[in-house]
Every structure is written in structure tokens, then in C-alpha cells.
Write a new protein. Structure first.
Length: 508
């Protein structure tokens, strides 16, 4: 993807990743510029007429009843940005910071926020020049949007705060200067336009879900290799079974598993005279479980992509009054900043991915446990007893799953009133996004452990070969992690495979 033109449109996860991870260039559509100009003209007309409008010439939140004089409106916006930049904790990654810039620029480009085009021009210029605000990850309750994270982003816009530029952490103003950019003096409404929105949770969640979708596919691959090594049968993946229960993800996962296993010599070696009637659930029910995870992630993807092109500011500016509003006001206060749609979706995905981790760990145990691993060496050790083999790998997977189980507890049900009771119901969507990101990272490691163990197990079936696709995966694993010939430290192997998964080494 060479370039993305922002028009306030829905953005796909692929587009968000292209900008966030691959530095795809961003431009603004001319029609978006025209809409922003019309929206800004409406704000100027309100100011000229002396009307009182929330966020334009009033205080914020509980202080919305305080009228601000015209000569103090610019200072009001700067004060808002400074006062709300109270985030704490580790900074978001540069990719997540880039995603926030992209999403905020796109939402403002819709033309419902009353900002000047110059504000979006600077956000886009920061993206293209790799000026990435340093944004602490904690401090948002997800309504009125992600105030604290977005305030740290906005600090760099006005030449304050901190930013990363080509790997160096600098004062925000210095980072802009090095990139040949100048800070912006915020006009009326623009500070609020920058802060009101869900772009922090959307950025973190979108990048996490993009990784999770690849994991759902790779879980089929790891599971298929485990099944083959355990002399399982693909009979349970027959299309007729899944057409009788036609969930889209289940059908897709079953078809994928059939394709992965087709042509395996290991399978043919035990097709006849096999005493097992059925495989264990962690093998036989992969289409049902992996498929359900696919369906959850498809739903959450839809929520995220809709949110990426949604106006989440407050108040919203409608230069042409809508016939659907009785009073036909041009500026309307609402609640589009509330993160509930995302918060629920993140909790949903967290539960599904935790269960994906659980079924993966059961296959790992089945590969290692000499009581149930179909004659493979105990813990896949070349010399069981003297060597412990992959014993610790299953223990690590169990520890990671326990952490996932804790993180799968919903944050969206934990509303705590804020802002003197004015914001009396909040989404906690940012907490959900951060939990989800950690779960995805854990599942990447657990799938890496299964791949590592399954590759070793397949080798104990030599000279028989697995299927052509799984042999390619085996070669890919061996390109990262060597065969375990004797006990060694496994931590670097697990991390190396998890990193390869994250970088897309097995996507094909």
C-alpha cells in the first residue's frame, strides 16, 4: 500500500497496519478539506453571533456552565490540553502512536468537529515525517473518550510534551522542528476536537485484533501438525459435518484443516487397523473452537473498522442542519465519545482468545505426556530422564493461560463515575484494549510453544513425511529454532518463534 487518502471513511485493519507498521504515506482528500472549512465556518459564525455553545466558549465537563470571554478562547483550548495530559505508565508503542495519529486525523477529516484543515494537515505531516507523540498507556476511562492519551498527542501538536523522531526521544517542539514542522496555536473548539474521541482504545485494539486474526489462522496450522504427529484423523473435519452446523468460522476452519493435512504420509501409515474411534476434543473440535474464535474476531473487526470512520467528538458540528432534528441546531451535544461498543467487543475477543489459548495448551500437553502421546518419547526428549525435553514449555503455557484467564475478566462492567458525577457512566474501553493486547501477546507465545513441540514430534515419525503445507511450516520453524538434541535454555526459542509469528513469518 503506497498511500492512503483520508476522507473520514471506514479504515480497514489492513490500512491501519499499513500506516502504523509500514509507514504508508497519508494524504487528505480535497472533499474532506472542503467539509472541514464549512464546519469551521459554522463555529466562526457562532462566535460572531455571541452564542454560548459547549466546548466552544464554555468550560468543560462539570465546568460547562462557565462562559469564557472571547479573548480567552485560545488559552482555554491550550489549558484543556495541558490539564488533561495526566497519563501514567509505559508509553504506547510507536506503531500505536502512529495509529492514534491516523485515526484522529481521519475522524477530524469527516468535517463534524469544527476544526480548521490546518489541524489535520499537521497530524498527517507528523505521520509522514515520523514524529510520534510519547503517550502513556494508562489514564483513560473511555468516556468522554480517551482524554488523557489524546491530550498527550495534542501536546506535541502545540509544541509541548514529548515525541520520538527517528528513534530519539525529544521535546515535542524540538521533534517538530527537526522534521521541518511548526506547532499550531489552537483556535476555539480545536483542543476539545483533539481530546474527545476513542482513538487510543481503537488504535491499541485494532493492532491487537489484526495480530489475533493471524493467530486464529496459525492455530489451525499448529493444531494440524499436532494432530498429524499424534496419529489423529481428519475425519472430523469432513465438510458434511460442518455444513450441518453452518457457522462461517467453523466451516472455514474445517476446510483449512483438511487442506493442511491432505497428502500426509503419517496419516496414511495408520489409516488401517487404528484402535482409536475418536480423537480427543482438543484435536477433534478444532473447527468448532477455532471457528468460533474466527467469528468473534470478525465481529470485533467490524466494530473497529466502523469506529475508525466514525465521528466521536462532542459537540458535533452540522453545517447543513439535518431534517431529522426538530430544532435544526448546527451544533449538537451527544455521547459518541462513549467507548461502550469497543469495550464490549474487546472483552468478547479477550474471552475467545483465552479459550483459544486453552485448547492450544491441551494439545501441547498431549504431545508431551507419555501416557497419551501415542508412543512419542516423554516430553519429546531424545533421552527422557537424563533430559527433561519440553517439560517446562507446557508449564510456561499454563502460566500464560492463567494470566489470560485473569485478563479475560471484563473491564466494561467496571464503570466508576468521574468528573464530579457529570461523567457518571464510563466504558473502561482503554483498559479492555490493553488487556486484550497482553492476551494476544501471551497467545502468540503459546502458539509458538505448540509449533516448537509439534515440529519436534513430527521428526519422531520420520522417515514418514507430513503433508506438503505442514512440511513447509516445519521448515519455517526450523529456520528459527533448531531441533532439541539435548537440554538447553528454551526461553530464547519461545521468544524467537513468537517474534517470528508477530512479524508474519508463517502468514502464507
Amino acid at each position: 500500500m503506497e498511500q492512503i487518502i483520508l476522507n473520514g471513511q471506514l479504515l480497514t485493519l489492513t490500512q491501519i497496519e499499513a500506516v502504523s507498521l509500514a509507514n504508508c504515506r497519508v494524504e487528505i482528500a480535497p472533499e474532506a478539506r472542503a467539509r472541514m472549512e464549512a464546519s469551521r465556518a459554522t463555529i466562526e459564525e457562532i462566535l460572531d453571533a455571541g452564542q454560548t455553545v459547549y466546548g466552544v466558549n464554555t468550560g468543560f465537563g462539570k465546568l460547562s456552565d462557565v462562559r469564557i470571554p472571547h479573548e480567552s478562547l485560545a488559552q482555554l483550548q491550550t489549558n484543556l490540553v495541558r490539564s488533561h495530559a495526566g497519563g501514567v505508565g509505559n508509553p504506547l508503542s510507536e506503531a500505536e502512536s502512529r495509529a492514534m495519529l491516523l485515526l484522529r486525523a481521519n475522524v477530524l477529516a469527516k468535517g463534524f468537529s469544527g476544526n480548521r484543515p490546518a489541524l489535520v494537515d499537521l497530524l498527517v505531516a507528523m505521520l509522514n515525517a515520523s514524529v510520534h507523540p510519547v503517550i502513556p498507556e494508562k489514564g483513560s476511562v473511555g468516556a468522554s473518550g480517551d482524554l488523557a492519551p489524546l491530550a498527550h498527542l495534542a501536546l506535541v501538536v502545540i509544541g509541548e510534551g514529548e515525541a520520538l523522531h527517528r528513534g530519539e526521544r525529544l521535546n515535542g517542539g524540538d521533534a517538530l522542528k527537526r522534521a521541518g514542522l511548526a506547532p499550531l496555536q489552537l483556535a476555539a473548539k480545536e483542543g476539545l476536537a483533539l481530546l474527545n474521541g476513542t482513538q487510543a482504545m481503537t488504535a491499541v485494539g485494532a493492532l491487537a485484533i489484526a495480530r489475533a486474526r493471524r493467530l486464529a489462522q496459525l492455530a489451525d496450522v499448529a493444531g494440524a501438525m499436532s494432530l498429524d504427529a499424534l496419529k489423529g484423523t481428519p475425519a472430523a473435519f469432513d465438510a458434511r459435518i460442518h455444513e450441518a452446523r453452518p457457522h462461517a468460522g467453523q466451516i472455514a476452519a474445517a476446510a483449512h484443516l483438511i487442506t493442511l493435512l491432505e497428502g500426509s504420509e503419517i496419516r496414511e501409515s495408520h489409516r488401517e487397523h487404528c484402535s482409536r474411534v475418536q480423537d480427543a476434543y482438543c484435536l477433534r473440535c478444532m473447527p468448532q473452537v477455532h471457528g468460533a474464535v474466527r467469528d468473534v474476531l470478525a465481529h470485533v473487526t467490524g466494530v473497529l473498522e466502523t469506529e475508525a470512520g466514525s465521528a466521536t467528538d462532542n459537540p458535533l458540528v452540522f453545517p447543513v442542519p439535518s431534517s431529522k432534528t426538530q430544532d435544526r441546531e448546527a451544533v449538537l451535544s451527544g455521547g459518541n465519545f462513549h467507548g461502550a461498543p469497543l469495550a464490549y467487543a474487546f472483552d468478547y475477543a479477550a474471552i475467545a482468545l483465552t479459550d483459544l489459548a486453552g485448547i492450544t495448551e491441551r494439545r501441547i500437553d498431549r504431545l508431551l505426556n507419555p501416557d497419551i502421546n501415542e508412543g512419542l518419547p516423554a516430553f519429546l526428549s531424545p533421552d527422557p530422564g537424563l533430559s527433561s525435553g519440553f517439560m517446562i514449555a507446557q508449564i510456561v503455557a499454563a502460566a500464560l493461560i492463567n494470566e489470560c484467564q485473569v485478563f479475560a475478566s471484563p473491564s466494561s462492567t467496571g464503570s466508576i463515575p468521574t468528573d464530579g458525577g457529570k461523567e457518571d457512566h464510563v466504558s473502561m474501553g482503554m483498559t479492555g484494549a490493553l488487556k486484550l493486547r497482553q492476551i494476544v501477546e501471551n497467545v502468540e507465545r503459546i502458539v509458538a510453544i505448540e509449533l516448537m513441540c509439534a515440529a519436534q514430534a513430527v521428526e519422531f515419525r520420520r522417515p514418514l513425511q507430513s503433508s506438503a503445507p505442514l512440511e513447509r511450516v516445519h521448515a519455517g520453524v526450523r529456520a528459527v529454532v533448531p531441533r532439541l538434541e539435548q537440554d538447553r535454555t528454551l526461553a530464547p526459542d519461545i521468544d524467537a518463534l513468537a517474534t517470528a509469528i508477530r512479524k508474519g513469518a508463517f502468514n502464507a
